[in-house]
Design a protein. Structure first.
Length: 414
C-alpha cells in the first residue's frame, strides 16, 4: 500500500500513512503499540502522532486495552471523524450517485440520480459536480477539509493516466477522465472500475480486510470480475484483467453484445436469462435499452419465488454455468475467497446453484455471497477507495492540514 522511498520526506509521509492506518484499524491503540508495529522509535511515533493531532485527524482518548503495569498511564488514539471528509462518486449504466462521509465512512448525505444526458460524459460530470458542491455547501465542508474523491465507473481505464479507455454500457468515448474530474473538484482523486473498486475496498475496509487472494464476481445483466492476488489488484497487459463475462463458454454460441459468440455473458448472466425468456434483444444499442433490461431483470428476480417455474429453472441453470466456467479461473489463481455480489448474487436460487456447482467440481476456497455478509455497494466502495487510497495512506498532505488548523486557531483568537 505504501511506496518505499529513500528520502527523509518520503519516509516521513510513509510512516504517517502507516500510523493513520493502524489507528483506523485498531481504535484506541496507544503510542507504544504503534511504535512496535511500525518498527520505529517511540520518539519518532510521538512526533508523528503530535502532527496528526495538530492536523485534527487524530484525537486522544481511553486506550483499547487497559495496562496493568505501573508507570505512566497509556493514552489511546482514535481517528477524529470530524477532521475531514471524502466524496464517493459512482457512474453506472443504471444511475449515478454522490456520497459524502466523515473519516470513519459514516454517511452524512448522499444523492442518487439519473443523468439528463447519460451518453454525454461531460454533461454527466457537470451534474455530478453540481450535486457534490450542493452537498458540501449544505454541510459546510470546506475545500481544505475535502480530503479526496473516490470515483467508481462502469468502464475500464488506462492504468498510467487513468483516462477512460472503454465504457460500452455507458456509451462514453475515450477521453481524459482524470483531467475532467480535476477541473471540477480540484482535490485528490482516485478512479477505478466499479467491480475492482468493490474488491479493493472489501480487502481494505470491508469484510475481507487483509485477504491476499480473492476473486470478486458481480453478476448482473452482465458478469464482471476483479482479482486480488498476493494482496495486489491484477490489471493485465491491456488493463482488462477480471473481465470474466467475455470468457468463452460455448463455441459458436449466442451472439454477445461485444460482437463475439458464446461468451460467459450469453449463458450465465441476467441478460442470458432475459434472452431465454424471449423478453430481450440480442445487444444493447443505447443506455436507455440497458436500463430497461436492468429493471426487467430486477422484476424477474423479485418474482422468482416458485422453484418449479421456468424462470427459476433458467436462474438455477445460469448460476450453475457460472460456477462451471469460473472454477478453472479460481483453481489457477488458488484463491482463498470467491465473493459473489450483484443483483443475481443476492438471489437465493442463483446463489445456491453457483455455490453447489463450485463445491461439486472441487473448489477448495470459501464461497461468500451477499446473503452471507454485507458486500459493499458501489457507492460504499467508492467511499472506501477514497479513504484507503487518499486518507489512510502516504499520499495525504498532513503538512497542509496542520497549516490550515493553525490558521483556523489564530483566526478564532482574533
Amino acid at each position: 500500500m505504501y511506496k518505499n522511498t529513500t528520502n527523509f520526506e518520503g519516509v516521513r509521509q510513509t510512516n504517517r500513512g502507516k500510523v493513520l492506518t493502524l489507528i483506523h484499524e485498531s481504535p484506541g491503540i496507544d503510542r507504544t503499540e504503534i511504535a512496535a508495529s511500525v518498527g520505529i522509535t517511540n520518539a519518532a511515533i510521538t512526533n508523528i502522532v503530535s502532527e496528526l493531532i495538530r492536523s485534527r485527524l487524530v484525537e486522544e482518548g481511553a486506550p483499547s486495552v487497559v495496562s496493568l503495569n505501573r508507570g505512566r498511564k497509556r493514552v489511546g488514539l482514535w481517528i477524529n471523524k470530524d477532521g475531514g471528509y471524502v466524496l464517493g462518486v459512482t457512474v453506472l449504466a443504471t444511475h449515478a450517485s454522490v456520497t459524502l462521509t466523515d473519516l470513519l465512512g459514516a454517511v452524512i448525505d448522499e444523492v442518487s440520480f439519473y443523468p439528463k444526458l447519460p451518453a454525454d460524459p461531460f454533461s454527466t460530470l457537470d451534474e455530478i459536480a453540481h450535486h457534490a458542491a450542493k452537498i458540501c455547501k449544505l454541510h459546510k465542508v470546506t475545500q481544505s477539509r475535502l480530503l479526496g474523491v473516490g470515483f467508481a465507473i462502469a468502464g475500464f481505464l488506462n492504468e498510467t493516466s487513468q483516462s477512460l479507455q472503454s465504457a460500452p454500457y455507458l456509451g462514453w468515448p475515450k477521453f481524459d477522465l482524470r483531467d475532467e474530474l480535476w477541473l471540477r473538484f480540484k482535490c485528490p482523486l482516485v478512479i477505478e472500475n466499479v467491480t475492482r473498486c468493490i474488491a479493493i475496498a472489501e480487502t481494505r475496509i470491508g469484510s475481507f480486510i487483509g485477504a491476499k487472494n480473492l476473486v470478486l464476481v458481480r453478476a448482473a445483466l452482465g458478469v464482471g470480475g476483479a482479482i486480488i492476488s498476493d494482496g495486489e489488484l491484477l490489471t493485465g497487459n491491456r488493463y482488462l484483467a477480471g473481465d470474466l463475462g467475455h470468457l468463452l463458454a460455448e463455441r459458436d454460441g449466442v451472439l454477445c453484445s461485444c460482437g463475439k459468440r458464446g461468451c460467459l455473458n450469453t449463458v450465465a448472466s441476467g441478460w442470458s436469462i432475459i434472452h431465454k425468456l424471449g423478453m430481450g434483444d440480442s445487444a444493447y444499442e443505447n443506455i436507455k435499452q440497458f436500463r430497461s433490461h436492468d429493471k426487467l431483470l430486477r422484476d424477474i428476480i423479485n418474482d422468482c419465488n416458485d422453484e418449479d417455474s421456468q424462470t427459476a429453472a433458467l436462474v438455477r441453470n445460469a448460476g450453475a454455468l457460472l460456477g462451471t466456467h469460473l472454477v478453472n479461473v479460481l483453481q489457477v489463481l488458488d484463491s482463498e475467497f470467491c465473493v459473489l455480489t450483484g443483483p443475481l448474487g443476492r438471489n437465493r436460487i442463483y446463489v445456491e446453484s453457483f455455490r453447489n456447482q463450485l463445491i461439486e467440481v472441487g473448489y477448495l476456497g470459501k464461497v461468500v455471497c451477499s446473503e452471507d455478509t454485507n458486500v459493499l455497494s458501489p457507492a460504499a466502495a467508492s467511499v472506501g477507495l477514497a479513504l484507503s487510497n487518499l486518507v489512510f495512506s502516504a499520499s495525504l498532505n498532513v503538512d497542509a492540514l496542520m497549516a490550515e488548523s493553525l490558521n483556523h486557531s489564530m483566526e478564532a483568537r482574533c
